[in-house]
Design a binder for this molecule. Structure first.
Ligand SMILES: NC(=O)C1=CN([C@@H]2O[C@H](COP(=O)(O)OP(=O)(O)OC[C@H]3O[C@@H](n4cnc5c(N)ncnc54)[C@H](O)[C@@H]3O)[C@@H](O)[C@H]2O)C=CC1
Ligand SMILES: O=C(O)[C@@H]1CCC=N1
Length: 264
């Protein structure tokens, strides 16, 4: 049995993905802080909503899906109820496996995961790292849980904060660019709906070519950039405004913020 502790946005997305992948609602339990949330999850997925202590006691795999700031309190609550040897999977940004291990019974296997919101459409990017007591079997169990909702990559834990900045937050950067491009369409006199459709389809087309062509992004961009044409006029402005440096600094700032989260 899998328990999702703190089934908010990410926890619910994983929960629904696991059910789409064919697990039965009776194989899952979840916990929620508010009663309305518990009722909604029960009605939407037909799963049992229990207390954190009950979930910790009955599940073989515990998925911790609360915000980093709530992790200390959650572990203090469930720590005494986790039987030895249970697999604990954390989805939280910044929280290290040692932070979790220190608050659970000695020897608890912990796998740290960073996923992203495309879990909703089975296109997530998830990265996994083993804690001190997690072995191949535990990594494999985490991968089995996450593979139905997208791609999974193993990385050393030292790269987890970087992965959080790159792929955990990644969808937000693309949405931000889409917003800005739609604004540009409005500036050029287009109706908002038309601008949105043009930008979204361009994003989808570009993403599919990136994923399926095997070409490096530089070559794909060169394919769009005609000598003396329109694209290079835009690229010159992006370069002049330092967009590449801004992206590097933004993602580094996200990585640094991740490092701060474990300390509260
Ligand atoms: N939103 C995102 O794009 C991503 C979030 N994450 C990570 O996933 C985790 C969850 O994030 P979200 O789903 O966005 O947050 P959220 O706020 O939607 O979900 C957390 C849920 O936990 C509940 N909760 C808090 N303490 C609890 C407790 N003691 N017992 C039971 N329930 C409790 C809250 O009421 C809330 O419903 C975070 O640690 C975040 O760093 C990871 C990747 C992407
Ligand atoms: O913004 C955040 O802290 C979370 C972690 C990765 C994406 N969202």
């Amino acid at each position: 049995m899998i328990a999702i502790l703190g089934a908010g946005k990410m926890g619910e997305a994983l929960l629904s993905g696991v059910l789409r992948a064919g697990r039965r609602p009776s194989d899952l339990v979840a916990t929620a802080r508010r009663e309305e949330r518990a009722t909604l999850l029960r009605e939407r997925y037909g799963i049992e909503i229990v207390s954190n202590a009950q979930a910790a006691a009955k599940a073989d795999t515990l998925v911790l899906a609360v915000k980093p700031q709530d992790m200390g309190a959650l572990l203090a609550e469930v720590g005494p109820h986790v039987p030895p040897g249970r697999l604990v999977i954390s989805m939280a940004a910044g929280i290290t496996t040692s932070f979790i291990e220190d608050r659970l019974p000695e020897g608890t296997p912990v796998v740290r995961v960073m996923s992203n919101t495309p879990v909703h459409v089975d296109e997530a990017m998830s990265v996994v790292s083993a804690g001190a007591h997690a072995d191949e079997t535990h990594l494999h169990m985490a991968e089995e849980l996450l593979t139905p909702v997208g791609k999974v990559l193993r990385i050393p834990e030292s790269l987890q904060d970087g992965a959080t900045a790159l792929s955990g937050s990644g969808p937000a950067y693309f949405y931000y660019l889409v917003e800005a491009m739609v604004d540009a369409g409005i500036l050029l006199g287009m109706p908002r709906a038309a601008a949105l459709e043009m930008v979204i389809q361009s994003a989808v087309g570009a993403a599919v070519m990136l994923r399926d062509s095997g070409e490096h992004p530089v070559l794909l961009r060169e394919g769009v950039t005609s000598p003396g044409g329109t694209t290079i006029a835009a690229i010159r402005e992006l370069e002049r405004h330092g967009v590449r440096a801004a992206v590097l600094e933004a993602i580094e700032a996200a990585r640094n913020r991740g490092r701060e989260l474990a300390s509260g």
